[in-house]
Design a protein around this ligand. Structure first.
Ligand code: MLT
Length: 264
C-alpha cells in the first residue's frame, strides 16, 4: 500500500483485521523485516509494517537530515491517514527509538508498546564516533560497507549456523537501503536524546523482547527497561541475537500474541 504521508510517499505492508499493530523496523532494514510476522500471525489483528522514510519503497522526502521525531511524526500521520486513533506499536532497535519519540510527541496514539532489542539511553561518545566513521565509509563505499560491518554483530551464532536463508535475507534487505538513507539514519541516531527520564511516565503496557545473544544491547539493559516502565514485562528469546523476529519468528510471534491477548 502507498499514500502521501507528511509530505512524502510512504509504502507499507498490511494484513488482517482488528486492533491495529504498527511494526517499526530497525536500522538499516525496511518493513520486509516483518515478513514472517505478517505471514504467520493470526489475522485477528491489523498488522501494518511501513518502510520508514527513505527505506525500502518509501520516498526519502525533501529533508536532507532526519530525526527520530520526524520518523515518529510520519507514523502518526500514517495512523491519521488510515483513520486509526491508536495502535500497539512494536519497534525493533532503531524502531524502538522511534517508538520513544512517538510516545513523547503523540502518546495518545499508543495503546501498548513492544520494545525489541532497543534502549532508552542516548549514544555514548564512543558510539557517536563509531557512527560518524561508518557514515564516512558508507559515503565512500556504499551501503554494502554497513552490511559488512553490521551483519556479523546482528545475528546469533546459532542463526548464522542454522539459518543461512535468514542471513541472506537480512543482507538483501540491508543492501537495498540507499546510502543517503543509511547516513541520515546514522546521524539521527547519534543525535537522539536520552529517553530514560521518560520511562517512569510510560503507563501503557510494555513488552520488552530481547535476544539472549544480542551482541549490541546487553540483556541487563532490557531488564532495566522492563523494570523502569509502570507495566513492563520481559521475554528473552533463546538462541537469537539482535533481530529475534527474523531469527526465531515462531518464538517471537508467540510472545507477541500472548502479550496482545493479555493487554487488549
Ligand atoms: C538497529 O538495529 O536498529 C540498530 O542496531 C540501532 C543502532 O544502531 O543503535
Amino acid at each position: 500500500m502507498e499514500a502521501s504521508i507528511n509530505g512524502t510517499r510512504m509504502h507499507w505492508r498490511e494484513v488482517g483485521r482488528g486492533e491495529p499493530v504498527l511494526f517499526v523496523h530497525g536500522f538499516p532494514f525496511h518493513g520486509g523485516l516483518w515478513e514472517e510476522q505478517l505471514e504467520r500471525l493470526p489475522r485477528r489483528w491489523r498488522f501494518l509494517a511501513p518502510d520508514l522514510r527513505g527505506f525500502g519503497r518509501s520516498e526519502a522526502g525533501e529533508t536532507k537530515t532526519y530525526s527520530l521525531d520526524l520518523l515518529a511524526d510520519d507514523l502518526a500521520a500514517l495512523l491519521d491517514s488510515l483513520g486509526l486513533e491508536r495502535a500497539a506499536v512494536c519497534g525493533l532497535s532503531m524502531g524502538g527509538y522511534v517508538a520513544f519519540a512517538l510516545w513523547r510527541r503523540h502518546r495518545e496514539r499508543i495503546g501498548a508498546l513492544v520494545l525489541c532489542d532497543t534502549r532508552a539511553a542516548a549514544d555514548t561518545e564512543e558510539a557517536r564516533a563509531g557512527r560518524r566513521q561508518l557514515a564516512e565509509r558508507v559515503r565512500r563505499e556504499g551501503t554494502s560497507a554497513a552490511a559488512e560491518e553490521l551483519l556479523p554483530k546482528l545475528l546469533s551464532a546459532k542463526t548464522r549456523r542454522e539459518r543461512p536463508e535468514a542471513v541472506r535475507r537480512l543482507r538483501v534487505i540491508m543492501e537495498s537501503v540507499p546510502p543517503e538513507t543509511v547516513v541520515r539514519a546514522l546521524e539521527a541516531m547519534a543525535e537522539r536524546p536520552d529517553r530514560t527520564t521518560l520511562l517512569p511516565a510510560i503507563d501503557a503496557p510494555v513488552l520488552v523482547v530481547m535476544g539472549s545473544e544480542d551482541a549490541l544491547i546487553p540483556r541487563d539493559e532490557g531488564e532495566l527497561l522492563a523494570r523502569s516502565v509502570r507495566d513492563g514485562r520481559l521475554v528473552v528469546i533463546p538462541g537469537t541475537g539482535h533481530v529475534p523476529p527474523l531469527e526465531d519468528p515462531e518464538a517471537f510471534n508467540r510472545a507477541l500474541v500472548h502479550f496482545l491477548e493479555a493487554v487488549q
